[in-house]
Design a protein around this ligand. Structure first.
Ligand code: SF4
Length: 69
């Protein structure tokens, strides 16, 4: 799994941080920080939840690296 972020869409509301706190973070200016663009398998479920719940549809998953996590 590799995370793709459309930063032009992201509005920094932090929904993804709530869903996947091991992977996403906001800095002091509410800018999104991705802690790990290729998270380990144990974090995939929370990343998938974050992708689904992002109100701006700014997150996507590239499936190309399946098995290489
Ligand atoms: S949930 Fe979406 S819009 Fe909100 S901070 Fe995360 S990526 Fe940005």
């Amino acid at each position: 799994m590799r995370i793709e972020v459309d930063f032009a869409r992201c509005e920094g509301n932090g929904q993804c941080v709530i869903d996947a706190p091991d992977v996403f973070e906001l800095d002091g200016d509410d800018n999104l920080i991705v802690l790990n663009y290729e998270p380990p398998r144990e974090h995939w479920a929370q990343v998938e939840a974050a992708v689904r719940s992002c109100p701006k549809r700014a997150l996507a998953i590239a499936e190309g690296s399946e098995g290489a996590a």
